[in-house]
Design a protein around this ligand. Structure first.
Ligand SMILES: *Cc1c(COP(=O)(O)O)cnc(C)c1O
Length: 474
C-alpha cells in the first residue's frame, strides 16, 4: 500500500473515515462495551490536545524527559489518593489493565521466590489477563470457584487452593462478568495469614467504586486500606474516561514495585531501565490521562457517578421487568449482566445490533449461563429508557425467532477437529459451509458463531478464536 509519493493529510483523513464506516459508534451511549464516554466534548478535547502535546515524548529514558516523570507522579498520586494509599505510595503508569496485572504478577513471582513453579490462586470470574500473564511469566493458575448465586469468590475455596508454592492470591473489585465485588477483606486476610501476597483487580472498578460510594451506593472495602492487600490495578481508560492506553498499578511496598521493574546492562548499547513491559513508548496516553483527570476534577467524576448509579439502578430494574430476562447477581458497580430464560441472548444481541445498539455477549462458563453484558457509564442515563425499549423489543423478536440454527453435529466435529491440520483457507471454507462469512465486510450476524462457541469446551473455543484472528488478519 505504500504510495510512490506522499499523500496529503486531507486525503488520509478521508480514507480513515471511509475505513471507519463499519465501526461501532464511539459516542452517544449506544455501544455498551469498549467505550467510556463522558458526554462532555470539552473534556475529550482537553485529553486529545494533551495527548498530542506529549505524543513524541519517549518514556524510554526518564532522565531525558522529566515532564513524563512529573506527570506520572501526579497521576499515580491521584489514584493512590482515591484508593487508600498515602503520599508516596509506589505505583506505575501502564498501557492498560493487562499490563498492570502482568507487572503485579511479575512482582509477586520475583519478590518471594518459591521452590516449585509459582502458583497464583485466581477465582474463575477473574479477567483472562491473569491467565495471559501466567502464560507469559511461566506461572501456574489455580482456578477457584465462585458462589453460584452471588458470583463472588468463595474465601474458603481460596484458602484451600493455597499451597507452599503459591505467590499470589487474586480478588476482583468488581469482576467484569457480573459486576460483583469479591469479599476482598476475607481473601486478603487469608492470604496475609499464609504469608502470600494479594492483588486486587480494580481495573474496571478502581476509578468508579469510590465515586459511587460518595454518590450513595454501598461499596464493600476493597482498596489498599484493607489489611493484606499488597497491590491493586486501576484502569484510567475505563471509568477514568481517559483515552486508551492508561492504567495504574499500586503496591503496598516500594520493594514490591522494584520487583516489577526490569533493568539490563547486558549489552554494549544504552542502559535499559523499564518500569513497564514496553520499552520505547509514547507519553501521549499519560498526557491524555493527566488532562482528563484535571479536566473533570472531583466535581466531574462525582456528577458522572451519580448519573451512572441512577442509570444502573433503572437498567437493572427495567431488565428484571422484561418477561424472560433476569439480571445475574446483585451488581455493585455499574456492570449489568442478564440472561434469558426462553429468550436466546445471542439472537437478542443481533436484534439489538440491527437497531443500532451493541450489547456484549458472554458465553456460558463454569456453570454460569450465557448472558449479555452492559457497561453503564455517565452517558447511559440520557438513553436508558431507549435502551430498555430496545432490549424489550429485541427480546420479543428473539423469542419469536427461537434459538440460532446450528448445523447438526457441528459442535462435535469442531470439538474433535485438529485445527493444526488445516490451513486458514480451509478454515474459511469450513465457516462458509455453515453460513459464516469470514471474508465479508461490515457486521456479521454473530448468533450462530456464539451458539457454536457456547457449545464447545474452553480449549476448543480458544483454538477456534486463535484461528479466527489469524484469518481476519490475513
Ligand atoms: C478491562 C479489565 C481488565 C484488562 O484491562 P485491559 O485494559 O483491557 O488490558 C482486567 N480486569 C478487569 C476486571 C477488567 O475489567
Amino acid at each position: 500500500m505504500l504510495p510512490e509519493n506522499g499523500r496529503t493529510s486531507e486525503d488520509l483523513l478521508a480514507e480513515i473515515s471511509l475505513l471507519r464506516r463499519h465501526d461501532l459508534q464511539v459516542r452517544g451511549g449506544k455501544v455498551t462495551a469498549y467505550i467510556y464516554d463522558t458526554g462532555r466534548p470539552e473534556v475529550h478535547d482537553a485529553a486529545a490536545r494533551a495527548y498530542f502535546e506529549m505524543l513524541e515524548v519517549n518514556t524510554l529514558d526518564p532522565t531525558a524527559f522529566p515532564s513524563a516523570v512529573a506527570m506520572e507522579r501526579q497521576v499515580v498520586g491521584a489514584v493512590a489518593g482515591l484508593l487508600g494509599g498515602g503520599p508516596g505510595t509506589p505505583g506505575i503508569f501502564t498501557s492498560g489493565g493487562t499490563e498492570s496485572i502482568m507487572l503485579a504478577m511479575k512482582a509477586a513471582r520475583d519478590a518471594r521466590p518459591v521452590a516449585g513453579r509459582p502458583r497464583v490462586v485466581v477465582p474463575v470470574t477473574a479477567h483472562p489477563a491473569f491467565h495471559k500473564a501466567a502464560h507469559y511469566l511461566g506461572l501456574e493458575v489455580a482456578p477457584v470457584p465462585v458462589d453460584p448465586a452471588t458470583f463472588r469468590a468463595v474465601p474458603e475455596a481460596v484458602a484451600e487452593a493455597i499451597t507452599p508454592d503459591t505467590v499470589l492470591v487474586v480478588a476482583s473489585a468488581p469482576s467484569y462478568p457480573q459486576g460483583v465485588v469479591d469479599p476482598v477483606a476475607d481473601i486478603a486476610a487469608i492470604a496475609a495469614g499464609r504469608g502470600v501476597l494479594c492483588h486486587v483487580d480494580a481495573c474496571v472498578g478502581g476509578w468508579l467504586l469510590p465515586w459511587l460510594a460518595e454518590a450513595g451506593a454501598s461499596v464493600p472495602p476493597f482498596d489498599l486500606t484493607v489489611p493484606g492487600v499488597t497491590s491493586i490495578s486501576c484502569d484510567l481508560h475505563k471509568f477514568g474516561y481517559a483515552p486508551k492506553g492508561a492504567s495504574v498499578v499500586l503496591f503496598s511496598d516500594p520493594a514490591l514495585r522494584r520487583a516489577a521493574y526490569f533493568a539490563s546492562a547486558a549489552w554494549p548499547g544504552y542502559t535499559v531501565i523499564n518500569a513497564t513491559v514496553q520499552s520505547s513508548k509514547s507519553a501521549g496516553p499519560l498526557g491524555g490521562a493527566w488532562a482528563t483527570l484535571n479536566a473533570l476534577g472531583r466535581e466531574g467524576y462525582l456528577a458522572l457517578a451519580r448519573d451512572t448509579l441512577t442509570a444502573t439502578r433503572r437498567l437493572a430494574e427495567g431488565i428484571g421487568a422484561i418477561p424472560g430476562l433476569r439480571v445475574l447477581g446483585e451488581p455493585e458497580a455499574s456492570l449489568v449482566a442478564f440472561a434469558g430464560d426462553d429468550v436466546d441472548v445471542f439472537v437478542l444481541s443481533d436484534e439489538a445490533r440491527k437497531l443500532g445498539w451493541f450489547l456484549q455477549p458472554q458465553l456460558s462458563y463454569a456453570g454460569i449461563p450465557a448472558n449479555l453484558h452492559v457497561t453503564v457509564t455517565g452517558v447511559t442515563l440520557a438513553g436508558v429508557e431507549a435502551m430498555l425499549e430496545v432490549i424489550a423489543a429485541s427480546a420479543e423478536a428473539a423469542r419469536a425467532a427461537g434459538p440460532p440454527r446450528v448445523p447438526e453435529g457441528l459442535a462435535e466435529i469442531l470439538a474433535t477437529l485438529d485445527l493444526d491440520a488445516i490451513d486458514d483457507a480451509t478454515f474459511t471454507e469450513l465457516a462458509a459451509s455453515v453460513g459464516i462469512d469470514l471474508g465479508g465486510e461490515g457486521q456479521p450476524e454473530m448468533a450462530v458463531v456464539n451458539a457454536v462457541l457456547d457449545a464447545l469446551p474452553a480449549p476448543a473455543r480458544e483454538a477456534i478464536l486463535t484461528r479466527f484472528l489469524s484469518v481476519i488478519y490475513s
